[in-house]
Design a binder for this molecule. Sequence first.
Ligand code: SF4
Length: 232
Amino acid sequence: MNPQKRRAIFERLRAANPAPKSELAHASPFELLVAVVLSAQATDKGVNKATARLFPVAKTPAAMVKLGSDGLIPYISSIGLFNTKAKNVIALSRILVDEHGGKVPRDRDALEKLPGVGRKTANVVLNVAFGEPTIAVDTHIFRVANRTRLAPGKDPLEVEERLLKFTPDEFKPNAHHWLILHGRYVCVARTPKCPQCVIVDLCEYNAKTRALPGTPALEALPLLPPVRRRKA
Ligand code: SF4
């Protein structure tokens, strides 16, 4: 994909959603960190439901340590892998208290040393809590980057490196949100909603879907490119 197309894609996504926000409810870097750790293989909606009850009783690392694993589990038992996640949240809270003055560090290495925190979680925290131009690649962004050919790669790290290399600086602070929301609501896994997609004429996916009868395509879009189906 050429640079002009990449820029146009981000301009369209920005025009459609000028100030994108994380869908994980949080009021501090610590709450965000906990929410992201809880969100692995879970929906943001499910995590928000749990944290709406949890954060009023434990919104700081010290309070979370005090709550302890047994105290935390009842709040998060509706979330998958809750036993492991509870252990990780308590352990990372203890490290934040003991080694970081009760604060979430603005530092990738320090973040990735916390239990349950990998590169993706560190990227989300650095980007959303601290405004760093990182791009966390989850399943949605991996799919969108590959389908569109915006930043194709064989694994999340390769996609992340290419997105960082190819995304113009002005779009980097919000690129994560635009791409994740696009993947979550439009370029969905099973049947992407190409007829309603604001970048349909820029996307290089070769198996775009057609409008279903009674499903309006966006108005004022440029003419659709010819639809080519993948051979079975
Ligand atoms: S045109 Fe279709 S495949 Fe391409 S980004 Fe939009 S929804 Fe995804």
